[in-house]
Write a protein that binds this ligand. Structure first.
Ligand code: BG6
Length: 369
């Protein structure tokens, strides 16, 4: 039920803090990850030589964020594949591969087919899923449920942040098992992760109205670009996807470093560009690179909307709007930066008078290939 909310999507965005908290609840004990569903899998985690993440849509962007965490923390090579591209090209997988599928519904046919294919090839399969007892987890060797609660709006929001949180738990567990992070390091990252729900809540409390008002002013926009780097890159893709899905505006996400290799040609005066800015404290080198990207597009007249950490003053003279997110470690920024983008897409669709829960031509779960 919608309760007092104007849409399921509005309700579900407001539940993003809870979705992360519920996904973590009971799964962290004495500074280590304690997920009963993973009992008995440590040998597998120690021995796999690579991980392939398969998913579709928003879940695939969550998977791209997960890749950064798994590679950085657990030092396992990770590929992220769109489920529908995966099994048609005869991928190189076998018993040394762990295939992680990510699906909110657990019923996406493309993802299910890819999981079945992986099993036939002898790979071990682990499902990250939000729907208890769904088909994909039933077809997998192991399951880690996200506990985001039922998601009704077609555009996925709270499930997305929960999918990232679940992958972080998994990545930290694998990192410890493989001896790539110390217990102290794992405990520190887990503390950061546990602080995320409160930080998301802070964004909702302090920025939501501002972003909705801003989205209202932008209601006539015909095209929006999104730039991000490192873990901000999949967030740029997710921001663009949400806008396409529910407000029918042409939107593209790019890796900020790609700008000079093509997308900068799109910049003309007035072009709105969202830029996800890394933390100046946590990622100073990337921060300065993204700030120079902003300078380049600002100089060409782009309308820059920066999503930046509180206190980051470098963005002020070169941005038209700054949406603030609380301080967090570099790996944790996606869980925060995505929130303003979800609010923005919803605000814009609402300003255009569209049905944010049931966008045209889309279904919540696509059970055909
Ligand atoms: C799509 C939905 O078709 O399926 C998206 O419209 C979703 O919102 C994608 O991200 C994947 O769905 P699931 O259930 O596998 O996460």
């Amino acid at each position: 039920e919608k309760g007092g909310w104007s849409s399921f999507m509005a309700k579900e965005v407001s539940e993003e803090p809870e979705a992360v908290a519920n996904t973590l609840r009971g799964r962290i004990r004495d500074g280590v990850v304690a997920i009963p569903e993973l009992d008995g899998l440590d040998d597998l985690f120690r021995e796999v030589s690579r991980i392939v993440i398969i998913a579709a849509g928003t879940a695939a962007y969550a998977g791209m964020v997960g890749k950064y965490a798994l590679e950085t923390w657990a030092r396992v090579p990770v590929d992220v594949d769109l489920a529908h591209e995966f099994h048609y090209r005869d991928p190189v997988i076998g018993p040394d591969t762990l295939v992680i599928s990510i699906s909110q519904s657990g019923e996406t046919m493309d993802t299910l087919m890819a999981v079945k294919y992986a099993r036939e090839r002898g790979a071990k399969t682990l499902s990250i899923c939000n729907t208890q007892g769904a088909t994909i987890p039933r077809e997998s060797d192991a399951i880690v449920y996200t506990h985001a609660g039922p998601e009704v709006a077609v555009a996925s929001t709270k499930a997305f942040v929960a999918q990232i949180a679940a992958q972080y738990l998994l990545a930290l567990h694998i990192a410890l098992v493989r001896g790539k992070l110390s217990r102290t390091e794992v405990a520190q990252h887990l503390l950061e992760l546990e602080a995320i729900p409160e930080k998301i809540q802070h964004i909702l409390d302090t920025e939501q109205e501002h972003i909705e008002q801003f989205a209202h002013w932008m209601a006539d926009t015909r095209s929006v670009l999104f730039l991000g780097r490192h873990v901000g890159y999949p967030i740029a893709l997710e921001g663009a996807l949400k806008l396409k899905e529910i407000s029918y505006i042409h939107a593209e996400g790019f890796a900020a470093g790609e700008l000079k290799h093509g997308p900068i040609a799109l910049i003309e005066p007035g072009q709105p560009v969202f830029v996800i800015v890394p933390s100046p404290r946590e990622a100073p080198v990337m921060h300065s690179k993204v700030v120079s990207n902003i300078r380049e597009i600002h100089a060409r007249g782009a309308r820059v909307i920066a999503i930046a950490e509180e206190g980051d003053a470098a963005v002020l003279p070169i941005s038209d709007e700054v949406l603030r997110v609380p301080l967090a470690g570099a790996m944790f920024e996606p869980l925060l930066a995505v929130v303003p983008l979800h609010i923005f897409a919803m605000g814009l669709a609402t300003a255009k008078g569209l049905d944010v829960d049931q966008p045209r031509n889309l279904a919540k779960s696509v059970t055909v290939e």
